[in-house]
Design a protein around this ligand. Sequence first.
Ligand code: KMH
Ligand code: ZN
Length: 308
Amino acid sequence: MAKIILSCAITGSIHTPSMSPYLPVTPEQIAAHSIGAADAGAAILHLHARDALTGRPSARPDNFMAFLPQIKAGCDAVINLSTGGSAVMPLHERIAGPMAAEPEMCSLNMGTMNFALYPMLGKRTDWQHDWEEPFLRDSDDLVFKNTPRDIEGVLRLMGAERGARFEFECYDLGHLYMLAHFRDRGLVQGPLFIQFVMGVLGGVAAEPEHLVHLKTTADRLFGKDYLFSTLAAGRQQMPMALVSASLGGHVRVGLEDNLYISKGVLARSNAEQVTKLRGMLEELGHSLATPDEARAMLGLKGQGAVAF
Ligand code: KMH
Ligand code: ZN
């Protein structure tokens, strides 16, 4: 069996600080969680930044630079920066940090879509910060914008000009056809790394049948010139990671997509989720790729070629 690349998405921009005391928000917390996840077996760290005081999602270069050198000094995992930032940010804001940091990898969301977070409001009233409740509530009228022009811009600024390779985030079948369109135009080259994103309200639900169909379609469109990984938001995170591995794919966990370690129990760290999934995968006979093995599989430029 081929080695599995385990990505860990450390903090993201979906969850807010009031939802879990363990969500890392300060640069120190983000660095410590990242190094812990790498030590536990994550080959790739998918990173967003936050404002240290309020925990609000940010993509400002100074917020990224407050933790990137510490993570690089503390582990050899591949650093993968989000260009999705948060759906409330315009594109120029979302890519400011990644453009300054010139990472080995960055995410690229393959379409414009709804990104509805308001079901997470629940019955909570004890918000720590003023921004949290309206941030979630107003997502019932929020469009995450990545038009073909936006996608082409990120491919040029981050790929052609800065040598990053991409985690192509595909939330639905149409996103695969958009990726094939850019392949046909010669703007993306293999091996492509596709992240199937399941369980976001606005994208496909986290159901095994959908994953099989996404993979079958990607097989037809990209043949042997791609690898896939799967993330499922919320409680389907671990089950869908196991389905992904069983289908020959790679896996992603992390507090960005799920705050829990088991039913009703908050994960105390990203490393806890990595350790749990690693144990289940190893029980099934899989083994994890090291960061350097992941670099070779994905054709990355290397840690020496980043700007932090
Ligand atoms: N949190 C995922 C559902 C990005 O950073 O570009 C989406 C994500 C997007 O990871
Ligand atoms: Zn992300």
